[in-house]
Design a protein around this ligand. Structure first.
Ligand code: TYD
Length: 135
């Protein structure tokens, strides 16, 4: 797995509807130290455009849909997230650009570390250089 991996979460559905529960190191393969969510994204906006030096994340479109461009410095792929019972696992050193947000998109992100601005690589050429140098 060098780019994103989709994992399916167990749905605990009954005649009332559906519930998904996520536990660290059970449903998501890392310690969950931070949760953030993105919503109300304006039409045409592209978010992300960065990589993390050392961060694992699981991205879940709990409502609506969006598209992720993933790039590990060697190959690129695109993933559409549109199911609340699926998560996209992102490892360190994955450049991501998130676009095509539906109006109702709510994107929940679980992360294994607290917010650290120093962990970000926001320049694509710097990212490519870091990959090439194995940093
Ligand atoms: P930003 O990294 O620009 O979002 P994206 O990568 O999705 O475009 O974050 C937007 C703002 O939120 C910025 O001021 C930093 C802040 N922020 C936190 O305070 N904590 C967090 O965990 C995250 C992800 C962002």
């Amino acid at each position: 797995m060098t780019l994103g991996r989709i994992i399916s979460f167990e749905e605990r559905g009954d005649d009332r509807g559906t519930l998904v529960a996520l536990e660290e190191n059970v449903d998501v393969p890392f310690d969950i130290r931070r949760v953030y969510y993105i919503y109300g994204t304006k039409a045409g906006v592209v978010r992300g455009k960065h990589a993390h030096r050392n961060l694992q994340q699981a991205v879940i479109a709990v409502s609506g849909s969006c598209r992720l461009l993933l790039d590990n410095g060697r190959e690129r792929t695109e993933v559409v997230l549109d199911r609340p019972n699926q998560g996209l696992l992102l490892r360190s050193m994955t450049w991501r650009e998130i676009s095509d947000f539906s109006e109702d998109c709510v994107l929940v992100v679980l992360a294994d570390r607290l917010y650290d601005p120093a962990d970000y690589i926001r320049d694509y050429h710097e990212f490519q250089k870091a990959v090439a140098e194995g940093r």
